[in-house]
Design a binder for this molecule. Structure first.
Ligand SMILES: [Zn+2]
Length: 88
């Protein structure tokens, strides 16, 4: 990626996470089964719910990062936890 924008990596990731959280939350928020479930989600939207929670946790951690270097360290940890897709 070339530096054609002023946004930092941290800003870009936070924007992306915000979008992703919104999309996943929308699935859950507009589902009657989810709204009526004590667990906060129905069986169909369990993954949407879990991803939204995971993204929100990531958002908190990345927002707390002091620099893009910290962000990369956090992202590296997350990739290890997920097993790493290895796309490039
Ligand atoms: Zn649902």
């Amino acid at each position: 990626m070339s530096a054609t924008t002023a946004a930092t990596l941290q800003d870009a990731i936070l924007d992306a996470l915000s979008d992703a959280i919104g999309l996943r939350r929308e699935e859950v928020d507009f589902c009657r089964g989810c709204r009526n479930s004590p667990a906060g989600h129905c069986a169909e939207h369990e993954r949407d719910y879990e991803l939204a929670v995971a993204y929100e946790e990531a958002e908190r951690r990345i927002r707390a990062a002091g620099s893009d270097e910290d962000v990369l360290a956090i992202a590296g940890e997350a990739a290890l936890v997920r097993g790493g897709g290895g796309q490039k």
